[in-house]
Each structure stands twice: as C-alpha cells, then as structure tokens.
Design a protein around this ligand. Structure first.
Ligand SMILES: NC(=O)c1ccc[n+]([C@@H]2O[C@H](COP(=O)([O-])OP(=O)(O)OC[C@H]3O[C@@H](n4cnc5c(N)ncnc54)[C@H](O)[C@@H]3O)[C@@H](O)[C@H]2O)c1
Length: 261
C-alpha cells in the first residue's frame, strides 16, 4: 500500500502521544515516511523505545503520562530538545473500559476522562502555547466514532470523546487567528490492542462469542472489513500537511462508512 506524499512535511517535527502502539504508532510511522522527525511519546517507555527504533528516521522515545501537567510539560521540553523544535502535535493517547451505563463506577468515569479528555486538554494547551510564539502549528486529536454517536457499553468513553470534539472546535476558533489549525479524526472499529480488550469485554457483557462481536463490527461497516491503524494514519498525515491548509475545527470520520454525517 503506497502512502500519499507531502514534500512540505519533510524536516518538520511532530509529537505523537500514545505512539508506542496501535493507531499512534501507525501515525508516527506514517509521519516518519514523510521525513517528519517524530517523538514517540507514551506512558509505556519501553514500548515507545521499541517503536521509535523500529520507525527509524530520527524518531525518539519520550516518556509521558498525559494525565499530568508536569509530565506533559517535561515531555514537550524533552521532545523539542531532541528534535530541535516542534510544529505538529497528534494528541492520540486514549483508554477505554466497558460496562453498562447503570453499572459504571466512578473509577471508570475518571479513568476515561483523565486520559481521553484531560490528556487532550493538557497536550494541546501546552503545544499551542509553544506554537503561538512561533505563529504556526498543526494539532490533530484522536477522537472516535463514539464522539459522534453514543456507543452502547461505552457511555463514559463516548462522553469523554464528545468532550474531545467540543474542545477541538472551540480551540480551533481561538487559535485560527494565530495560524494554528486544530482538527480531529474519528476512527471506527480499528484492529488494535484496545479493540482486542473491548471484543473480550463486549462478548462477556452481551453473552456472545468474540467472533460474533467482530462479525457485528464488520456488518456495521459498509466498506466491509475491520479498520487498520494505517487507515487512520494516512488521514492524520493529510490533516498535518499543507493540503489541509483551509481545514480547522473538523472531526473527520474515518470509519469505512459506519457513520456518514
Ligand atoms: N481501536 C479503536 O477501535 C479506536 C476507535 C476509535 C478511537 N480510538 C482512539 O484511538 C486512540 C488510540 O487507540 P488504540 O486503539 O491505538 O489503543 P491502544 O491501547 O492500542 O494504544 C494506546 C496507547 O496509548 C498509551 N497510553 C495510555 N494511557 C496513556 C497515558 N496516560 N499517557 C500516555 N500514553 C498513554 C498506551 O500505552 C498505548 O501505547 C485512542 O485515543 C482511542 O480512544 C480507537
């Protein structure tokens, strides 16, 4: 599969959170293929190091816990020192748990909101403060299909991802005059370790087999297969590129047609 080519991205620097695995790792690799220097930031430093080595092209690993302001500040400083600056942030780190809404615990709610909503708030605010002084920058947040429609057994996760889209839109309006674009991608049923965990949880909660859960995901997808991390990554690279120069405040569905408006 060939990736689109955006020569203007060559030499730019990107921070990608949650980049040790899954969608974030695919985004980091796709940016590196465009000769972007990438900081692979993750709470799992050992995995981030392995990913950065595999990606190559000057990619560096940086430890970060996106829930904590000091950690995100330190990660940005470390990444900018290692890369020589930064023009692109992909705030991708996220988590999920699965439970019926009436059985949700405070811990479920806080865990999902701490990483998915607060994590995006912290990373984007810290990036935008730095981008502001330079008069340019691009931010892409990973939201979800569950940011557009309430997802059963994922009510708390959905709420945290709706928050990401609301923040993306409002931030885009405030930062547009500063030359900073802010967009989001909304993936569907993507084959990652998060999905592997969710399939097991959902099978147990619905009392069906894991195969049945996966078949149901595919049945909801007009393009007829599970989504791959690279399907998301190629759209993120486009949003980072100058080809998306007149796009801001968007939540782009990358779902194989599961959601169409
Ligand atoms: N997989 C899907 O079907 C799907 C669909 C829509 C949206 N998403 C979103 O895409 C993003 C990536 O998901 P994925 O499927 O690749 O998940 P994943 O679990 O495979 O990878 C997530 C990465 O984030 C890291 N992470 C978790 N908590 C962190 C923290 N506090 N600080 C820093 N890093 C942290 C993990 O260590 C991991 O490397 C998430 O925001 C997720 O909500 C996933």
């Amino acid at each position: 599969m060939s990736s689109p080519n955006y020569p203007e991205l060559g030499g730019r620097r990107a921070i990608v959170t949650g980049a040790a695995a899954g969608i974030g790792r695919a985004i980091a690799a796709a940016l590196a293929r465009q000769s972007v220097k990438v900081a692979v930031c993750d709470i799992d430093y050992a995995a981030a190091k392995g990913a950065a080595e595999a990606i190559g092209g000057g990619a560096v690993a940086v430890a970060v816990d996106v829930r904590k302001r000091e950690s995100v500040e330190a990660a940005f400083s470390g990444a900018e020192t290692a890369l020589g600056g930064c023009e692109i942030l992909v705030a991708n780190a996220g988590v999920s748990t699965m439970r019926a809404a009436l059985d949700l615990t405070d811990e479920d709610w806080d865990h999902n909101f701490d990483v998915n909503a607060r994590g995006v708030f912290l990373a984007t605010q810290i990036a935008a403060r730095r981008f502001k002084s330079r008069g340019r920058g691009v931010i892409v947040n990973t939201a979800s299909l569950a940011a557009k429609v309430g997802a059963p057994l994922l009510a708390h996760y959905s709420a945290s991802k709706f928050a990401v889209l609301g923040w993306t839109q409002a931030l885009a309006r405030e930062l547009a005059p500063l030359g900073i674009r802010v967009n989001a991608v909304c993936p569907g049923f993507v084959r990652t370790s998060m999905q592997e965990r969710e399939v097991i949880w959902e099978a147990s909660l619905r009392g069906v087999s894991s195969d049945r859960v996966v078949r149901d995901y595919i049945a909801q997808t007009p393009l007829g297969r599970l989504e791959e991390p690279e399907d998301v990554a190629d759209v993120v690279v486009f949003l980072c590129s100058d080809s998306a120069r007149f796009m801001t405040g968007q939540g782009i569905n990358v779902t194989g047609g599961v959601y169409m408006t």
